[in-house]
Design a binder for this molecule. Sequence first.
Ligand SMILES: [Zn+2]
Length: 377
Amino acid sequence: MPTPKVVLGDIAGARNNLPYSKEVYAYMRLLEKSSPRVKVFLHRTTEEGREMIAVAVASEELIAKLDENKAKLAKLADPRSIGMNDAEAARIAADAVPVYYITGTIHSTESGAPTALMELAYRLAVDESPYVRHIRDNLITLITPIVEVDGRDRMVDLFRWHMAHPSETYPNLLYWGHYVAHDNNRDAMGLTLKLVAERPHQYIDQKAQVLHDLHESGQYLYDNTVGDGPYNAWLDPLLTNEWQMIGWQNVQEMTRMGMPGVYAHGQFDTWSPGYLMFMAARTTASAACTRPSAMVARPRRSSGLSRRPTYSAPGGDRTRRCRACSGRCAQQQLRADGPARLAHYFASNRRQFSRTSTRRASGRCSSRAPKARRRTC
Ligand SMILES: [Zn+2]
């Protein structure tokens, strides 16, 4: 079975080694060719014509039954299709497996996710430990290694230029994508960018229960799923409770694995309807957003007039931790209890459709939103 090294020439996450999207895709396709546990989906193309892909990894049996499983999940996604029947939903939830969707590098300068996700796909496909086998046999992991593909390739251009001209001033990455910068993950309302417009399509089409979006920002590993309440009252409490469950499970397990510094309480609220995770929330699935500390090869500007960046994570231990993590923050969450997640998925969808019918029937809003917001229904 080929490891990421076959394409990268080094281990995934090695310092000063950033692959272009075509190299990341080449590895995922090599994995697909080498393993019945991997399937690559080609989605649309970017503004500049580059491919957007998603990679499914699961046991041979689950990969062979992707469509069959999707048809089952579709019934939980639209409870009207089974007449809002709780008993039927419970039967399906016990029989189907959930889809856990992981996305990387919507922000081009946050450059570590693609290689971490190559490594994760590899480990999920080959590792025979009970831990990984449990994930592989009970869950379909869907991975989009690069969300902002145009920006990723531009970032790699810039990075390689810097490597070739180490003593010269490092230019800024003006556009992180085709024509936007950081705010490409604030487009969930407008859906004007192909990378964002594609996400609900993939998300809804694959009937995923969890969206896990990887970022890089502050120190250590921050799971912002838990966030800061009060949560947006228009989101189903079943959903926001799952955020708590997933977020704390992440903190707990990462701590148990000896990765200190994982935290959940930061300044994140659920009132901005722009993020990728909000897209997931609007389709009644859980969404997690994990921000590892600076990963290997992330440019970090030193102070001073030269503005010359350093290509290292801040501190050897942390570098090792990020490298050692290699998507483990996602991996451990994949062990989440499948039937329970599907039961929540159905119940949340059921409530949504029930609310819609009630509202239509009575002409009044029946949501549990606070009074101040209810007036605006
Ligand atoms: Zn980001």
